[in-house]
Design a protein around this ligand. Sequence first.
Ligand SMILES: Cc1cc2nc3c(=O)[nH]c(=O)nc-3n(C[C@H](O)[C@H](O)[C@H](O)COP(=O)(O)O)c2cc1C
Length: 220
Amino acid sequence: MQLLAINGSPRGKKSNSRIILKSITSGAESVENWRTDTIYLNQVSSYEERIASITIADVILLIFPLYTDSMPGIVMKFIEVLQNNRECIAQKKIGFIIQSGFPERHHSVFIQKYFIKLAQKLDCCYIGSAILGGIEGIQNSSKEEFEEYDILFTEIGRMIVSEGKIEEEMFDSIKGPYKFPRWVAFLFKYIMKLKKGQSFWDNQLKTNNAYEQRFERPYE
Ligand SMILES: Cc1cc2nc3c(=O)[nH]c(=O)nc-3n(C[C@H](O)[C@H](O)[C@H](O)COP(=O)(O)O)c2cc1C
């Protein structure tokens, strides 16, 4: 039996999605008779190769990050390929994990609804989906936090193949709040006006030699 993990992050092997999938696939492989394969959508690969991997899979798990409140373009492109090759995916079990930088999960709810519909349209057996907020920090976790993530995702991988379902409760300890109370939003607005509140973005701009151009409006 085969679990096909599909990594839809443009960061590919350097992605948070990969960290999550590494533990999930190791959990899946710990179940007797199960093997896994992973596809990176950011890698150049022929459609035939991807279709072949899907054809031999029993369960498909697509994980991708939220990019500007939507899915990355490489995921959209992949879906278009699936829509033109429905016979390879029809009747397969399919599940999704949508992970994002912002902690609130409600940012990803609309995209989750789209994927539930997509599974129906592709005539797949939808096994569930999960939204995980606040995942950007996973790369910088302490050793202890990292171990906690690893134990959790490994167990989830085991459950996905042995029970054939993905339930949001499995992720309860890390999935993040659905929505912050209003006072938190006000607090954030205030913090973001402070220099310290901007330090993460300022550092990103400086690292990329773009700090001095941060107010430029090239399209005007
Ligand atoms: C171009 C870009 C756009 C992003 N847009 C959003 C967004 O709209 N909402 C959000 O919560 N996080 C957003 N993020 C953060 C990512 O979802 C988050 O860092 C995620 O964990 C990245 O996963 P990856 O390393 O697997 O690609 C964005 C990140 C990038 C680079």
